[in-house]
Design a protein around this ligand. Sequence first.
Ligand code: FES
Ligand SMILES: [Fe+2]
Length: 363
Amino acid sequence: MSLDRTLFEQYWHLACHRRELAGDGDFIKFDGVSGEIVLFNDNGEIVAFDNTCPHRGARIYTDAHGNRPATCGYHGWTYKNGTIIVPEKERFKSCDIGRARFNTFQVEWCGDFVFFAIKPRTGLYEQLGKTAEILENISFNVDRRLDLNRYEYECYWPLAVENALEPYHIAAVHMETLATLQLGDGENVFDGVNSIWYAPLGNARLGNQLARLRKLFNIDYQYEGYMSIYLFPFTMISSTYGYSYSLQNFFPAPQGASRTRFTSRLYASNTLNENAARVLDSFFESTVRMNRQVFDEDHEVCKLLPKESWSIHALRFPSDAEVKIDHFRQSCRAVGETSLTALHQIQTSIDEAASLCASGAAD
Ligand code: FES
Ligand SMILES: [Fe+2]
């Protein structure tokens, strides 16, 4: 199996926040190397499935997100309350229609963040390690989604992830946006395959302005600076002062194409009251604009990177601002080695079984 597929199918992926799927029929759709994944609210239960109707394979949802029952537009099969409703069921006498199932995947919660996995190699909390507690705290401080932004990055996904993992490019690529924060070197905290970069703001004037907004928020978790969390393999969460959180997924496109299925969400944190929310309207609007511009700038520079510029090996000329790239590549190498070990174990047991059969036949 390719690295892209192994990572997509054997790891947990952060899909969205509870508030994005709050109502019956709310759904959000993703697209990755193994096809589409939809998460939807089935009468209060969050269900993940492959967006494929078990009758004759039609896609159930075509929009990126919205609210609609999980009803197939072709003949009307519907997923409801964990079962399938089949119109004119009596016509299916020649088959065991009771065996028809949607192809569902595993769903787990970390605080109010929902994750999905196809065939995970570990439990969610084992994969998240110490980062789980931080994610729980963040999720409980999120109020609502302000923005959903989705497009295809014209580059291979590890290059988009590595771009998000290093601040070395900020001065050249984000001159008018992120660079205005004048982020300091800060500190990288590594936890298994995940990592967090905590960076103080060098722009004191902006720092003071941001600090003054604190009284308008009702939050009990905050890093007073810029924080960027990397959840191996495809997800980043970043925030300035904990007033909003930007969640980004960089899913590999099918067939190892040099494309990345990029989705970003911006969440507003809990505000003190409705009045404070109104006061913060323009602040949130400008945060949405700024985020979109930063991602456009990142996308433009990622387009310069051919697929061949990525390798699983350590960088030849790493700066101290690029340590997370080598950490990421190490994690990718470890995944490849684990898959090879698993393959080797399967091969050994097949060989052993074959030789047992052969000796049994000889007896
Ligand atoms: S293909 Fe979906 S109901 Fe027939
Ligand atoms: Fe960037």
